[in-house]
Write a protein that binds this ligand. Structure first.
Ligand SMILES: Cc1ncc(COP(=O)(O)O)c(C=O)c1O
Length: 413
């Protein structure tokens, strides 16, 4: 029986098997009997034989203990793998005692880490809530539903107007899923150029190389910042859009320190019949804390990572108008991904709960205040020591968001 059960899983990638398995009310013919809970004190022999039904690979054949499975499940990292435990400890010290100024990183709470390190990592749940290709998803469905509800609530979104998919593994897959949903191969997209502060996944390429797959599968022309001011040149963006006629215009980036003019970008998108997408990966925590402009007022869809200013696990989200959600859901699964990372989704639910508190709003406010203070100091220092023009100096230190950027050209780079 154990062998047959494993056989089902080894076949799980084939559509024939998936179609057979697909039903929310499906009862798997090989579903193992429930293992009695520990407080009912089962005989150890019952536990080990029931567990063996789950999967023969669960049994640790090398374990000295006759209860091999139990000892493997309960043994701590320090006894199983001291090398990795030591390195994690060193990394924890590095993070705790070093000065981290990497804008795309953050520090999650203990509660988020507990959800990440939970049994949810064991579970397969391909599909959507209530429509899974595997049995046993009653709790996973509840977790994903809570996560989606919290995501919509956090950004004050009406579920009659907006939907969300919380299954993307991270920000880059979320963006690729959004493009897959909306565009055909070789359709055109336009985002902020990487050297201007944009992101790879917004179609980055160089004259010699299509660096991001988003420039291989789609045609990309970037818009840029004015090199003298460091600000996005919206007039130039409009000229380029009218020539290039993108089907998708993307706002958002990794190193753009100023507020976005979403209203102007909406007008530009409308003038060429493009969708407007905002990738708020870097600022989703600030949007939640209401300290920056709200992209949802203008965008057709909004993507985000969840591990930057939002202070959550490494994951991604795609928000879209409800009429687009079927296409978005299909693009995430089955077009691009397999089983959702349920431990991440649960941890994201926790982070979204944390982000809805007044404490988080205060945190978002202070992030902006700190970036501004840092920018001011840089500006003063660079102004004193720079041998170059004020125009280049003005490229640095003027942050009105959570980032301060410094243009190294003032120092001869
Ligand atoms: C604007 C933006 N979008 C997407 C991503 C991609 O996120 P991930 O690294 O999770 O794939 C990043 C990462 O830094 C980003 O800055």
């Amino acid at each position: 029986m154990a062998r047959l059960y494993n056989g089902v899983f080894s076949l799980h990638g084939t559509w024939a098997m998936i179609l057979t398995l697909f039903s929310s009310s499906f009862v798997h013919p090989f579903t193992p009997a429930r293992i009695p809970r520990p407080n009912s004190s089962p005989h150890p022999a019952i536990l080990s034989s029931s567990s063996a039904l789950l999967s023969s690979t669960n049994v640790d054949h090398d374990a000295k203990n006759t209860n091999g499975l139990l000892s493997r499940e309960s043994a701590s990292l320090s006894s199983v793998d001291p090398d990795i435990q030591r390195l994690i400890g060193l990394e924890e010290d590095r993070q705790r005692y070093g000065l981290e100024l990497i804008a795309s990183e953050n520090f999650v709470s203990k509660a988020v880490k507990e959800a990440l390190g939970s049994c949810l990592t064991n579970k397969y749940s391909e599909g959507q809530v209530g429509k899974r290709y595997y049995g046993g998803n009653e709790y996973i469905d509840e977790i994903e539903t809570i996560c989606m509800e919290r995501a919509l609530e956090l950004f004050d979104l009406d579920p009659a107007v907006w939907g969300v998919n919380v299954q993307p593994y991270s920000g880059s897959p979320a963006n690729f899923a959004a493009y897959t949903a909306l565009l055909q191969p070789h359709d055109r997209l336009m985002g902020l150029d990487l050297p201007s502060g944009g992101h790879l996944t917004h179609g980055f390429q160089t004259p010699k190389k299509k660096v991001s797959a988003t420039s291989v599968y789609f045609e990309s022309m970037p818009y840029i910042v004015d090199p003298s001011s460091g600000l996005i040149d919206y007039d130039d963006m409009e000229r380029r859009a009218k020539m290039f006629l993108p089907k998708l215009l993307i706002a958002g980036g990794s190193a753009y320190t100023r507020e976005w003019d979403y209203g102007r970008m909406r007008q530009i998108a409308d003038s060429v019949g493009a969708y407007l997408m905002v990738d708020m990966a870097h600022i989703s925590g600030l949007v939640a804390g209401k300290v920056v402009a709200n992209p949802f007022d203008y965008a057709d869809l909004v993507t985000s990572t969840t591990h930057k200013t939002l202070r959550g696990p490494r994951s991604g989200m795609i928000f879209a108008k409800v009429e687009m959600m079927d296409k978005i859901n299909q693009a995430v699964f089955p077009m691009l991904q397999g089983g959702p990372h349920n431990h991440q989704i649960a941890a994201l639910a926790v982070a979204l709960k944390e982000a809805s508190t007044p404490e988080f709003a205060r945190y978002a406010k202070s992030v902006v205040a700190n970036a501004k203070a840092l920018g001011k100091v840089w500006l003063r220092e660079v102004t004193i020591s720079s041998p170059v023009e004020q125009t280049i100096i003005s490229f640095c230190g003027m942050s009105n968001r959570r980032l301060a950027s410094l243009d190294p050209r003032w120092n001869g780079y």
